[in-house]
Structures are given as C-alpha cells and as structure tokens.
Design a binder for this molecule. Structure first.
Ligand SMILES: Nc1ncnc2c1ncn2[C@@H]1O[C@H](COP(=O)(O)OP(=O)(O)OP(=O)(O)O)[C@@H](O)[C@H]1O
Length: 521
C-alpha cells in the first residue's frame, strides 16, 4: 500500500508581483514542510520581503496561488487573515509599538481582537508574561516600555511574540516567518533564537528564515530556496550544498576572491584620533587611539559596552566623562551634540536605519543630497540636474539598486537602503567615520564591495574608521586592529595576524569568562 504523503504546510505557486516597472517577483514557487526550517536567500532586492509581504496580506500579487495544508486560500489575504491561517511574522522592523509596554506588545493580537482592554486582568497577564519569558530563559520586564528596551531585547520580544502566536495554533504547528531576525542580535542572542527556532520546529511548526548570513543559514535550515532578480533559482537541501554553491546561486557567478586580507600593524603611524577617559552607561574610563588610515573594530558580547562607543563619540548618547582629540582638535564629550560632531568632521552610521533621519516618502536623491546640499547651491537656487547626476553615480559606486535617484527611498529594499546610507555619509568625507554594524542586511556580494570602498576611502583620504560590530567575520575582513570589550572596559587588542574571526570569538568569550570570574576590573 502506498504511504500517504502529508501536503506541505504552506505552498506558494507561480507568484508574481510588480511595482510600476519593477518586477519584484516572477513566477516563484515555494513549499514549507511541517517541522522544517526553510531558508530564503537572495541578493538585496531579489524579492524576499515582497514574498513575505504577500503572505502577510500586505501586498496584492499580480498572479499566484497559496495552499495551506493542501487547501487553496484566496489571494490577496485580508488584513489579519494570516493569523487564522496559523502564520506569524517577525518583519525587519520588528513591528513593535514603542509607546506601549512589553506586555501590551506581547498581547497586541488579543488586544486588537474582540476582547476589550477593560476585560483583561493585567495582574494575571503580567504573571503570564513573566512565566512566558522565563520559559524562554529571558529576563525582560513586562511592565517596561518598549522604547526603554535594548535592541537585542526588542528583537527577542518580537520573536517570542511570534512563537507564542503559533503555539496557540493547532498544537504549535503554524508557520513562523522570520525576515532577517538576526541583524540586531549579537552571537548569544542568535543562540537563544536558534534554540527557540529548533524547539518550534520540533513541535511541528514550519519556519521560513530569511538571512544574508550564510553561516547562520547553513547552521539552522534544512532546505533553502534561492531567488535572483525576482525569479526562483532553485530549492536545495542545506546539508548537500556547499557554501560556494550557495554563493553562486545567490549572485549568479562566483564571488571574486578578496585576496588574502593583510592586517598591517598601523600602530607605528601618527596618531590621528585619541579617546580619553570615556564613560557612558556601560563603558567606564575607556581610552584608545587610532592611527592615520587605520580601521579599528570594537567588539565584545552583549552588554560589554562596545556598542555604545560610536554613539558617545557622536554625542548621540550622553557621555558621563571623556575627551576626544581629532587631529589636534579637542572635544569635551560630555557636552558634544550631533550637530557639532558633524561640523567637526565626524559621521555616524547607526545600526538602526530608521534613526538616521532618512525620509521614506522622499526620493533617494533628496535623502542622499541632504548632507551636502550646500555643494549644489549656486547662490540663487539648487542645481537639481547636477544633484541628480551625481547622486546617480554615487548610487552606482555603492551598487544601490535600482539605480534610480527619483525612486522613493522607502521603495528600496532593506539592504539597498543600507548601501544608500553608507553612500550618503561617505560623500561628506568625514575625518572620523563611526559605523555600527555597517553591513547588516547587505548581501554577500555587496558586502565585499562595501569593504573595498571603505578601504579605498581610508587609504586615499586618510579617514579614520571605527566599526562597532558583533559580526566577527566582518571585523576580520575589514579591520586593521580589533578592540575587544568586557564589562565596559577594554579587555584585549588584536592586531596584525591576530585579527582573525577565531581569535576575535575566542577573546570575546574570554572577556566574558574573565568577567564571570571577576578578573575584568
Ligand atoms: N513598495 C514598493 N514600491 C516600489 N518598489 C518596491 C516596493 N517594494 C519593493 N520594491 C522593489 O521590489 C524589489 C524587491 O524588493 P524586496 O524588498 O522584496 O527585496 P529583498 O530581497 O527583500 O531585499 P533585501 O535583502 O535588501 O531586504 C526591489 O527592486 C525593490 O526596490
């Protein structure tokens, strides 16, 4: 007797969607089996988010079919219908409401449903929320407002909420869609996330996992579907597919070899930047120097403090103490404001694109030219044509796709927004460029290009670059020297041949172990 094969939990057939002249998806098919973790890969702008937004009922596709447990479901989905179908999402922007508490965000679906807010016993809900977090091994206060949470806590809250939503569906057999959930997470956060994902899959859920990080995708997924330019390249088993094959599937050719990254010891060069006695909310009395043309990485584990340094040096967060000397000019960091920082040649590219001040509804050209408007002012008016021409060539240099300066900034895919942001600040030719996770959400090909652009700028213009990141591979490819933090202090500096992914991981964990043992002062 033939064994009956269960239908996929979710299946998409022949899905197409265009926006004006852009064909974002073209005849794409995808199936998610019960209990599988399924990766969705593709370059920036290849159509991943568009596919997810069709599943969330946000986009009306031009064509396509959706089947849940083998049963056809009409597209487009009505608002909120995804919940009834057992789907839950963590979008790139996490979808949390800042002004509400953790608890209210956790129960937002129930609040939005017929149950009135007044019928809810908040005391019981608070207890339930605490129990929920405990079950996931997290320490988040349900009464805190989301605005007060650290980025990592926000990401974990959004993820826990999504998992809880599918747990309430048919014994946890729903579909969990994670759109680049790891970009805000340092390694320990990723480990928590992966164990949550594995548990959900074991309980029978299907997980769609979007990420640009091939190591993560290879670690957590069973199968992977790759998109290129809105079309399906193929679906493959993760274990049977090498990293090189994945890269070829994603970019359509082999990745040019970066060449051996040389980590020259620049510490003999002239000092261009000096940070002295810097204290913030976690960092305490930290001092370091940067040499001319040097790219310095800052890293460590969650809470080690490295992540606040770029913001303190830009005046975006208040420093308790500290002095910055930039090519002889001295600044009291306790008084520094971002406008003054920009005036003195400091630029900050924050990890959270939304806080950069870019306006989604305005064209890319206006967003990009904002920082250098005076260059286009001829005394009477703005030279708009030149502005558009130069923006187009800047977009080309940074591989922002599509290369159309008149497109609304918000219509660019997440990774292309990140590239545009780098372009925007690079053109100001800052003396000190502060980066926080500069290539999050950027695909593997563009990432390599961006590293090249940063290197060239540093060599040709003598810029100083400080890069805070918990992407150890990124640090090893980009930086000349990496400073590892533990408990708000500098734990180790890695230089020359020591700037490898393995050494950075080892020292970040060593800093934590030392912290636990009370070695770090
Ligand atoms: N609302 C929109 N209006 C116009 N074009 C859009 C819109 N949304 C997406 N696009 C375009 O559709 C294409 C696919 O974008 P999508 O966001 O799906 O890519 P992605 O694969 O998720 O990219 P990333 O990895 O950078 O997040 C891109 O060219 C993008 O500019």
């Amino acid at each position: 007797m033939e064994e009956e094969v269960a239908p996929p939990r979710l299946e998409l057939r022949n899905l197409s969607k265009s926006f004006g002249g852009t064909q974002a998806l073209c005849g794409v098919g995808l199936s998610l089996l019960p209990g599988e973790v399924h990766g969705l890969l593709g370059e920036n702008g290849s159509g991943k988010s568009t596919l997810i937004k069709v599943l969330a009922g946000f986009h009306d596709p031009d064509e396509g079919e959706l089947l849940i447990d083998g049963e056809p479901v009409r597209l487009p989905l009505a608002p909120g219908q995804f919940r009834e179908l057992g789907l839950s999402f963590v979008h790139q922007d996490l979808g949390l409401i800042e002004s509400l508490s953790v608890l209210e965000n956790l129960r937002v679906a129930e609040l939005a449903s017929s149950r009135s807010r007044f019928g809810i016993s908040w005391r019981r809900e608070r207890r339930r929320a605490r129990e929920t977090f405990e079950r996931y091994g997290l320490r988040i206060d349900p009464t805190a407002s989301v605005a007060e949470l650290k980025p990592v806590e926000r990401a974990l809250l959004a993820i826990v909420r999504a998992i809880e939503e599918i747990r309430s569906v048919g014994a946890g057999q729903g579909v969990l869609v994670l759109d680049e959930p790891t970009v805000f997470l340092p390694r320990e956060g990723i480990e928590v996330l992966f164990s949550l994902v594995r548990d959900a899959a074991t309980a029978g859920a299907s997980i769609l996992f979007v990420s640009h990080d091939l190591d993560e995708v290879r670690e957590i997924t069973d199968r992977v579907t790759v998109l290129r330019d809105g079309a399906l390249v193929g679906t493959v088993g993760t274990r049977e597919t090498s990293e090189t094959t994945f890269v070829e599937m994603i970019i359509g050719c082999q990745l040019a070899k970066l060449g051996d990254v040389e980590h020259a010891d620049m510490t003999e060069r002239r000092v261009g930047v000096s940070v002295e006695g810097l204290s913030g909310s976690t960092v305490n009395d930290v001092s370091f120097q940067m040499h001319e043309g040097e790219i310095v990485g800052l890293t460590g584990l969650i809470g080690s403090g490295f992540e606040e340094v770029p913001y303190l040096l830009y005046g975006a967060r208040p420093a308790r103490a500290g002095r910055l000397v930039l090519r002889g000019d001295e600044t009291d960091l306790t008084r520094l404001k971002p406008t003054a920082a920009t005036r003195s040649g400091i630029a900050l590219i924050p990890a959270d694109r939304k806080t950069d001040g870019s306006v989604g509804s305005l064209p890319v050209v206006e967003n990009l030219a904002l920082t250098v408007l005076d260059r286009y002012f001829n005394g009477v008016s703005l030279e708009l044509r030149r502005m558009r021409r130069e923006t187009r060539s800047l977009m080309q240099e940074f591989d922002v796709r599509p290369n159309d300066p008149s497109l609304p900034y918000g219509a660019l895919s997440g990774g292309n927004q990140q590239k545009a942001l780098l372009a925007k600040w690079f053109q100001t030719e800052p003396r000190l460029l502060l980066l926080d996770e500069p290539t999050q959400g950027v695909d593997v090909g563009a990432r390599q290009q961006i590293f090249g652009l940063i290197r060239t700028a540093v060599e040709e213009r003598g810029m100083h670059v400080l890069c805070a990141s918990s992407d150890y591979e990124q640090l090893s490819l980009l930086c000349d020297r990496v400073i590892v933090f533990g408990r708000g202090r500098i734990w180790r500096e890695l230089v020359g041949d020591d700037v490898t992914k393995e050494r950075i991981i080892e020292q970040s964990y060593a800093a934590m172990a030392a912290e636990v043992a009370g070695v770090v002062a």
